[in-house]
Design a protein around this ligand. Structure first.
Ligand SMILES: [Zn+2]
Length: 367
């Protein structure tokens, strides 16, 4: 039975580091905070398994602790949040009778429930502990590079993100995510570490967590906009339901490139072709902005027997999976955010010129 309270431990249960995510339910019935003391007492919070099938965070944590800290002191206290061990048992994002945990944090749109109250209490507990930073580890399903997402544009937040990858995504939707709710009081990231189970995702995450544990502080000095490339989502692209499409050299109305997913997280120049258009009478793609407005013409041109981009843009979540394309979308389009910091960032005044609060960037893939 799910306990709708969280528990706190001051140690790791014996043997737990030997166990995969799917076995953690034998130790934890629900959300659990595990405090491990280090030299510097201000903790680094690492959240794993908010989505039960996204195991990279747990794999990285257990390997890090086993390999490096079994016999030596942590440089900094570590607070591990184990999110959803019951869903992990079944290798599911969540159970049928559970909400998506990463929508239930304060500020979310989920109706008031036992879950939103539970995550509100965990949030308050974390605030009390005054963490150096919060890192929430996720996986996604496409062929995407690893990236970090921030919810506030501040030098220290971007600096932390840049230690994971130079391309950083900014999002404020969906609401109710852990990283968004925590970014109100400390640097806070959502990490997307590729597909679950990939060894290089675990390696990369483990190295990043180790770096974070060894940071003395996170500098608020202005960061050079060339050092961190910041993007936000501007459109979702769907294939027209009425158009027959395929990949490579196929006699379909729309023949998309067979290596289309190589474009993920590449900044494509205007005029880049997504594939051949063999039936020019039907519009092959539609692009919608986060408010649902049709912006196809801002991004694509279909006039030369090709699907061509009309401006510089960076796709993400491009997939070759027909089912995903039909049920979800072909890809998201991201746009570069130009920002500049003039002076030391001290207060939460995060939005640089050119980004208005009303811009409301959309959801990044997955989260
Ligand atoms: Zn996730």
């Amino acid at each position: 039975m799910l306990s709708l309270d969280f528990i706190e431990l001051d140690h790791l249960p014996e043997g737990v580091l030997e166990r995969p995510a799917s076995a953690l339910y034998q130790y934890f019935q629900g959300p659990t905070l595990i405090h491990l003391q280090g030299r510097d007492k201000r903790p680094l919070v690492v959240s794993v398994l908010q989505h039960g099938n996204e195991v990279t965070g747990w794999e990285a944590i257990r390997r890090l602790l086993k390999l490096h800290y079994r016999h030596s002191e942590l440089p900094r206290s570590l607070l591990i949040l184990i999110g959803n061990p019951l869903a992990a048992k079944h290798r599911l994002r969540r159970l049928d009778d559970q909400p998506d945990f990463n929508r239930c944090w304060p500020g979310g749109k989920e109706a008031d429930s036992e879950y939103t109250r539970l995550f509100n209490r965990i949030h308050e507990r974390m605030r009390e502990l005054d963490p150096l930073a919060v890192i929430d580890v996720h996986n996604n399903t496409g062929l995407n590079p690893h990236y970090a997402a921030v919810n506030l544009i501040r030098a220290d937040y971007l600096r932390l993100a840049s230690l994971f990858a130079t391309k950083v995504v900014y999002f404020t939707m969906p609401a109710g995510t852990l990283s968004l709710s925590m970014s109100e009081f400390c640097p806070s990231l959502t990490l997307e570490c590729g597909q679950a189970g990939e060894i290089h995702g675990t390696d990369h995450t483990m190295a990043f967590l180790e770096t974070c544990l060894n940071l003395e502080k996170i500098s608020t000095r202005p960061i050079d906009s060339e050092a961190v490339h910041l993007f936000h989502m501007v459109a979702t692209v769907n294939v027209n339901n009425d158009v027959l499409f395929g990949f490579g050299r196929v006699p379909a109305e729309l023949a998309l490139r067979e290596d289309l997913d190589k474009f993920n997280f590449c900044e494509l120049p205007a005029g880049t072709s997504f594939g051949d258009l063999n039936n020019p009478t039907r519009q092959p793609l539609f692009a919608y902005d986060p408010e649902g407005v049709d912006v196809t013409g801002d991004y694509f041109f279909f006039g030369r027997g090709q699907v061509e981009t009309t401006r510089e843009v960076m796709p993400s979540m491009l997939t070759l999976d027909r089912r995903v394309i039909q049920q979800d979308c072909l890809c998201y389009l991201m746009d570069r955010i130009h920002y500049e910091f003039d002076e030391e960032v001290t207060g939460p005044d995060p939005l640089p010129e050119g980004i208005k609060r009303s811009d409301r960037p959309g959801s990044p893939p997955s989260v």
